[in-house]
Design a protein around this ligand. Structure first.
Ligand SMILES: Nc1nc2c(c(=O)[nH]1)N[C@H]1C(S)=C(S)[C@@H](COP(=O)(O)OP(=O)(O)OC[C@H]3O[C@@H](n4cnc5c(N)ncnc54)[C@H](O)[C@@H]3O)O[C@H]1N2
Ligand code: MOO
Length: 393
């Protein structure tokens, strides 16, 4: 069976995903999600000409004063008393500029003697000083954020000031994690002889934590066809069902037959990559199915290259695939065989150093890695200093 190139497999997977419904997420629920539609301002910001400082509203033509104090404008005021020739209105930061006034003098530049205000400092250098004009930030009807934007804290402030209490985003995808393997014990439980802690589910949950999704760990399933099928049937309602282990060709690797027995469909199996070759993708119920290999590093790399992009895609991200960028190699690398290599590495002083241990079961080097080097199948040996494609982890 020929192996599917990584980019082809990623494209097929994203193509299979059906868009999730869009909901209005409150601004407290919106950070880190991707806007499903352009957002238009519902109000002018500022709503009127407002003072930027505490001081006195005047007519610039009346400079250099003195002025007679005739009233006050505080933030929240709607119609402060108007300013006419020679008069000034006490004004505070964020308060509307009275009709007739066109300039604000900061209070540090004047002395007040009863109702008389005199300039003591330089005063405003130009008309309109210390005034934020109506709509100078944005006007009602302006497009303030475009579809596909990942909403950050500054954009929450913008949406709120533009009059929105909620924004349209895809609903959070629901993801089920199933760990297959009779040798697996729950994390934290003292493993019996021959058992090992099931590390893949917490590792995947950690990778998905940065994304707006709901992750449910459905636990460990022994290597038994009926048990695996039943677990898959029970997971049918999820948007993405992820298994780890049992993806390869051994007699106890039951994920493919169990998926079919549960009514699922396999779209592809076996990718031209190392680690991660046995990756399975397909559909189950209305959801998408990803069968990751069991080796912890294979599970991590396939999750980073397939699961995370799939979730980002469902969340509405317009560029869901991981971005590799060129970086010089800190040490030479040998030629690459028939599968693309994804090598654990560390970035040191602007160069990327491959780690010595690349076994797909070795988690110490996974934990030390802060980057993955991608070398396409058939690459020639690379000398130190040559650029390679790097994904920062
Ligand atoms: N004859 C062949 N054997 C193998 C092939 C092959 O092409 N021909 N492929 C190899 C490759 S590549 C990989 S990767 C592994 C992965 O296969 P599986 O997905 O079937 O994984 P398992 O056999 O179930 O487990 C592999 C390894 O990982 C440990 N494991 C499994 N689940 C977890 C977990 N949740 N947490 C921690 N560790 C886990 C498991 O105990 C095994 O040691 O197959 C090769 N074989
Ligand atoms: O490709 Mo497997 O994923 O070698 O470890």
């Amino acid at each position: 069976m020929s192996l599917l190139p990584v980019a082809d497999a990623q494209a097929r997977l994203l193509d299979m995903a059906k868009a999730l419904p869009v909901e209005q997420a409150s601004l407290t629920e919106a950070a880190g999600r991707w806007l499903a539609a352009d957002l238009v301002a519902l109000r002018d910001q500022p709503w009127a000409d407002l003072s930027a400082m505490d001081g006195y509203a005047i007519r610039f033509d009346d400079m250099p004063g003195p002025w007679t104090l005739t009233g006050e404008s505080a933030a929240g005021a709607l119609t402060p008393p108007a300013v006419a020739g020679g008069s000034a209105v006490r004004i505070f930061t964020g308060a509307p500029v009275p009709a007739g006034a066109d300039t604000v003098i900061v209070q540090e530049d004047v002395a007040a003697d009863g109702a008389t205000i005199r300039l003591t400092g330089d005063g405003p250098a130009a008309r309109a000083r210390h005034i934020r004009s109506r709509g100078s930030d944005f006007h009602a009807g302006a497009t303030i954020l475009t579809a596909g934007t990942r909403i950050n804290a500054g954009q929450i402030a913008l949406a709120a000031l533009a009059g929105h209490a909620a924004v349209p985003v895809p609903v959070r995808p629901r993801i089920a994690l199933l760990s297959t393997g009779s040798e697996l014990a729950p994390v934290g439980e003292p493993p019996r002889k021959g058992m090992l802690p099931a590390s893949n589910a917490p590792m995947l949950a950690a990778l998905l934590r940065q994304l707006p999704c709901f992750v449910t760990n459905l636990g460990i399933i022994p290597d038994d066809l009926a048990a695996t099928r039943d677990a898959m049937e029970a997971a049918c309602g999820f948007d993405i069902i992820v298994t780890t282990g049992g993806a390869s060709v051994g007699d106890h690797d039951l994920v493919r037959p169990a998926l079919e027995a549960a009514g699922g469909r396999i779209d592809f199996w076996k990718i031209r990559m190392r680690p991660g070759k046995p990756l399975i993708s397909g559909t189950l119920g209305d959801g998408l199915f990803l069968g990751l290999p069991g080796n912890p590093v294979s599970a991590f790399v396939t999750a980073r290259l397939f699961l995370v992009p799939l979730v980002r895609h469902l969340c509405g991200c317009p560029e869901p695939l991981p971005r590799f960028t060129p970086m010089p190699l800190a040490a030479a690398l040998p030629a690459v065989g028939g599968r693309d290599d994804f090598l654990r590495a560390r970035v040191v002083d602007g160069a990327v150093a491959p780690l010595a241990q690349q076994d797909s079961a070795a988690v110490l080097s996974l934990a030390r890695a802060d980057a993955l080097i991608h070398r396409p199948a058939g690459s020639h040996p690379a000398a130190a200093g040559e650029p390679v494609e790097v994904l920062r982890l």
